[in-house]
Design a protein around this ligand. Structure first.
Ligand code: SF4
Length: 93
């Protein structure tokens, strides 16, 4: 029998590992979000994977745990984020 993942596992599998959420962002006074080319110090920019993924909250408490509620609220996740797409969230362009 094929082993199925936990709810948390299947949620995390929605991430497409683009790594874009791990780059610094700037918000201007109008609320527009601009992605910079500065990655989190723990992002492997070649594989686009976090180098400390399983210990990230212990090592880097500023890292954001993306829950469904948070994905719905955050203004800085781009529309092609796997979580946003899975929840059917898009912005007017
Ligand atoms: S932006 Fe979304 S899909 Fe891309 S790495 Fe971050 S959580 Fe995963």
């Amino acid at each position: 029998m094929k082993k199925t993942g936990t709810g948390e596992d299947s949620w995390e599998q929605l991430c497409e590992k683009c790594g874009l959420c791990c780059f610094e962002k700037i918000e201007d006074e109008s609320g527009a979000i601009f992605f910079t080319s500065t990655p989190c110090r723990y992002l492997d920019v070649v594989t686009r994977e976090c180098r400390i993924y399983h210990r990230r909250f212990a090592i880097f408490p500023e890292c954001v745990r993306l829950t469904e509620e948070l994905v719905r609220e955050l203004t800085w996740l781009h529309d092609d984020c796997g979580y946003r797409k899975a929840l059917g969230l898009t912005r007017k362009r």
